[in-house]
Design a protein around this ligand. Structure first.
Ligand code: SF4
Length: 300
């Protein structure tokens, strides 16, 4: 039985079918679906071969070319319908169908969560993966859970978000010069993707970095998983990583050299409940790193 979206109204099944009218849904029923690691590589890679070319088809073995001026939108769409990791597809859809009691009257997105924010950002945040009852419910990264509450409140305090809260897609929130992505796009059991799942999903991040890095000045890695994913993705893109390899820590900074210019990588403890409840991460600590990112990017 469908449930109404908190902002858009209308009834939505859980998980939400592509193109059903969910606020911000980038996909349509025709968006090509990756069903294997090889499919992810092909569909991610073809989004950024040429910024004016979209190679798309529902069958990854037969490609046709159509033109589009929005490769990032096409990438978001392809990510949002991915079915490559059998365990994660099963988990995200099971959570969407069963729901947490507090959200029993809401529809759950139940699909991969694409990046969100400014399409030409100067600051890029890289997190771990969607939360089962957060982004997996709302369809927007870091939206609808305690981690997101902390993160958006801080982004607002340092001038990178228009509102202090992020509750659901279509709530009027906007990021300013900033975009956020998860290294793994599907909610994993216990917040722990396996190494093969991480590697299967990596081409989506690689493709997104390829499209975004022409404007990005600062990458903020939320947690060690995000730090490693950012380093791997930027290395794959040709950025030179200092030796010895920079280690993650809260407030850690590294400069990665690109062909045309450098990018700063900042480390920040993940605003997980484990970190915020225990005081390992405080609001001033979070504000310090995000404020530093805003300053380095010229957004302060
Ligand atoms: S984790 Fe990534 S590769 Fe795996 S199903 Fe989700 S979007 Fe696809």
């Amino acid at each position: 039985m469908g449930r109404p979206h908190p902002a858009a109204g209308g009834d939505f099944d859980s998980p939400v079918p592509p193109g059903a009218g969910w606020p911000g849904d980038p996909a349509s029923p025709d968006t090509p679906v990756a069903r294997s690691a090889a499919g992810v590589r092909r569909l991610a890679g073809s989004c950024c071969l040429d910024p004016n070319v979209n190679i798309s088809t529902g069958n990854p073995d037969v490609w046709t070319q159509t033109t589009t001026s929005q490769p990032l939108s096409e990438l978001d769409a392809r990510i949002s319908v991915c079915h490559a990791c059998r365990r994660l597809v099963r988990w995200r859809e099971e959570v969407a169908a069963t729901k947490r009691a507090a959200f029993a009257d809401e529809p759950y997105w139940g699909r991969p969560v694409p990046g969100w924010g400014d399409p030409e950002p100067r600051v890029l945040l890289v997190g771990l993966a969607p939360a089962a009852h957060g982004a997996n419910r709302t369809g927007r990264v870091f939206t609808g859970d305690r981690s997101g509450d902390w993160l958006f409140a801080s982004l607002h305090r340092v001038g990178l978000a228009t509102r202090p809260t992020s509750t659901h897609a279509g709530d009027g929130q906007h990021l300013l010069g900033t975009r956020m992505v998860a290294a793994v796009r599907c909610a994993p059991p216990d917040n722990k993707p396996t190494t093969p799942e991480r590697d299967t999903c990596a081409p989506w991040l690689d493709a997104e970095l390829r499209l975004l890095m022409p404007t990005v000045e600062v990458v903020v890695a939320l947690g060690g998983f995000g730090w490693d994913a950012a380093l791997r993705g930027l290395t794959a893109l040709g950025y030179a990583v200092p030796r010895p390899r920079p280690r993650f820590g809260h407030g850690a900074e590294a400069t990665l050299s690109g062909a045309d210019r450098d990018v700063a990588l900042l480390g920040c403890y993940h605003p997980s409940q484990q970190n915020t409840f225990t005081g390992r991460l405080t609001e001033p600590m979070l504000d310090a790193v995000l404020g530093r990112a805003a300053a380095l990017a010229g957004l302060a």
